[in-house]
Design a protein around this ligand. Structure first.
Ligand code: F6R
Length: 613
């Protein structure tokens, strides 16, 4: 997804901007560019492909006075939405022969009529993008003051934006604004670094201000003046970014994804710390801010999310029904929004999102809130839009997730959902004794994950035999079905092997027609409810010559005998096996993708945070 970095201060801007862009590479992008202001002019550099291509174009920017004497600049990584990923479509975009330069995240929905209007005024467009329309619009409204022009332009646009803008006529000044696309302002000593994501600023400062929707900031060196888009001054407090620069680096692992897989025991420990009530067999979730009455009187718990977060949500649905005997449903966030859902004051809606910026999930939050539901966020990124708009909720505390493929967010999301289910269950029908048992099982998750991680090498060995396949099935029943979904998602996104997940029972209703020796099946065969039935499905697969990889409970010789390969995970109730089996499948996908030579941390066509619908 697109990324923004901008700088104003005493240092030369270009090295800081290039460094910031590198920190944003993990988000996924297809071109990059920067604009720097120097002696009454703007110099623009853009290049399709990686930031390395842009750096090559910039040449010796650490020595070249063109750069060393430029102390203000903006930069961008673009992930194509309007127009192909070409150098011409890369940001920054300009208006009026490089009088202003703009970088933009988000989508200008009414760009067509605006473009027609500007063309009628004689303006010529150099790109296919909606962003250039905003740049030209600002320029067309620019008389003497950039802020006035930006405010006037933003009044005319519909859609979402996070922007940074500079003018050749206003030395040292940077203007940034947001609506629906995050902007973080890093506060340094006489300097300011703006970015769409804290990763780009944490090596410079930990003090940051998160802009709210409809805020604009006018920045000169270290001076930050924040107003609403109606030009009313507002106070936004700075907060501490608690990620260390080290935490955002690979820490010696070959890929961020592997690092993040290995961080999971610690991440879950941080997630559940202080939230498991072993004494009362319940959970302490003050962030949900639910009264005892609300806990028992709601009609339905609705969980919304996308991708991996949606798969985690499905475990949540099963757990709430299982532990609490209460009505729970999970729904893809965009579907929820577009099908006029029946939701109201008696519903609790939990929006799950690692980034807290996913456009579809945010739209679902707004829809649910508009319809009067009680909305809570289950989010990792502190200060993100969903976290703030939901107003209540639970932070995951999983630490930064840099790899595009989500891993530790899933395990932490499931851990919290189990706690929510436990809390609801104890407020309703579950005995203290049963609650204590579940609470203890949740407390064991970090050590269970550790045991799975110790099998990394064995899993890498198994992965070798799957490198040559182009299609795979994943099957599971009950709690193991969301694991099948997540396992297949992980494999397809990073190894590009086509993988489909089915509820094991569904196999016979169609997909079985595809089974032969070229269609391996990953079967979730862990001991627990439904296991024998899934073993039966495995027999059906093998009878059709499909090779079978079983994820089984350690030491389960019967399950082992039913499979061609196995990965063993420790014995635990199915509700926590959702986590251990998923970790095993994360490692499996990782090794298959690595052996196939794939770009694991930045898979093709994917973005870390999907802030457009
Ligand atoms: C898969 C993956 C995506 C995200 C999805 C939602 O590995 O990363 O499927 O889970 O785009 O993102 P968040 O959780 O940030 O809302």
């Amino acid at each position: 997804m697109c990324g923004i970095v901008a700088y104003t201060g005493n240092r030369s801007a270009t090295p800081i901007l290039v460094h910031g862009l590198r920190k944003l590479e993990y988000r996924g992008y297809d071109s990059a560019g920067i604009a720097v202001q120097r002696e009454g002019s703007l110099a623009i550099y853009k290049k399709e492909g990686k930031v390395a291509n842009l750096a090559e174009l910039l040449g010796d920017y650490r020595q070249d006075p063109e750069h060393t004497e430029a102390h203000v600049g903006i930069a961008h990584t673009r992930w194509a939405t309007h127009g192909p990923p070409t150098t011409g479509n890369a940001h920054p975009h300009c208006g009026g022969e490089n009088r202003i330069a703009l970088v933009h995240n988000g989508i200008i929905e009414n760009y067509r009529p605006l473009k027609a209007k500007l063309e009628a005024q004689g303006r010529v467009f150099l790109s296919d993008t909606d962003s250039e329309v905003l740049a030209q619009l600002i320029d067309s409204l620019y008389e003497e003051d950039l802020v006035t022009a930006v405010l006037a332009a933003l009044k005319e646009v519909e859609g979402t934006f996070g922007i940074a803008c500079i003018s050749r006529e206003e030395p040292g000044r940077l203007v940034t604004a947001r609506r629906g696309s995050p902007i973080v302002i890093g506060l340094g000593e006489d300097e300011t670094i703006v970015a769409s994501d804290a990763s780009a600023i944490i090596s410079h400062t930990r003090q940051a201000i998160y802009l709210d929707d409809n805020d604009i900031a006018i920045i000169d060196g270290g001076k930050v003046d924040i107003r609403t888009l109606d030009a009313i001054p507002v106070q936004r407090d700075a907060s501490d970014i608690d990620w260390s620069p080290d935490a955002a680096e690979k820490g010696g692992y070959e890929h961020y994804m592997l690092k993040e897989i290995f961080e999971q025991p610690e991440a879950v420990r941080n997630t559940i710390r202080g939230r498991v009530d072993l004494e009362r067999g319940s959970a302490l979730l003050s962030g949900l801010n639910l009264t005892p009455r609300e806990l028992v009187e709601f009609r339905r718990l609705l969980i919304v999310g996308c991708g991996t977060s949606l798969n985690a949500g499905l475990v949540g649905e099963y757990a709430v029904e299982d532990f609490a005997g209460m009505l729970a449903e999970v729904e893809q966030a965009a579907e929820f929004r577009y099908r006029n859902p029946i939701v109201g004051a008696k519903d609790i809606v939990i929006a799950i999102s690692q980034s807290g910026e996913t456009a579809d999930t945010l739209a679902a939050v707004r829809e649910a809130a508009d319809k009067g539901a009680l909305v809570a966020g289950l989010v990792n990124v502190v200060g993100s839009t969903i976290a703030r708009e939901a107003g209540r909720g639970i932070y995951l505390h999983a630490g930064p997730e840099i790899s595009v493929a989500s891993t530790k967010a899933f395990t932490c999301q499931v851990s919290v959902l189990l706690l929510i289910a436990l809390k609801l269950a104890r407020s309703n029908r579950l005995s203290r004794e049963s609650g204590v048992k579940i609470a203890n099982e949740i407390g064991r998750i970090p050590e269970l994950i550790q045991e799975v991680l110790e099998q990394n090498e064995a899993i890498a060995e198994v992965a070798k035999d799957f490198v040559g396949y182009e299609h795979m099935f994943y099957i599971g029943r009950g709690y193991m079905f969301p694991v099948a979904l997540e396992g297949a998602l992980k494999l397809k996104e990073i190894s590009y092997i086509h993988a489909e997940a089915y509820n094991a029972a569904e196999l016979k209703h169609g997909p079985i027609a595809l089974l032969d020796e070229n269609m391996p099946v990953v079967a979730l065969l862990n001991q627990g409810p439904g296991q024998e039935k899934t073993v039966g499905n495995v027999e059906e697969c093998r009878a059709r010559k499909a090779p079978v990889l079983g994820v089984i409970t350690q030491g389960d010789e019967e399950a082992k005998a039913a499979c061609d390969w196995v990965i063993e995970v420790p014995a635990s109730p199915h509700y926590t096996t959702t986590i251990t089996a998923t970790v095993a499948l994360q490692l499996f996908s990782y090794h298959v993708a690595r052996l196939r030579g794939c770009a694991i941390d930045q898979p093709r066509n994917l973005a870390k945070s999907v802030t457009v619908e």
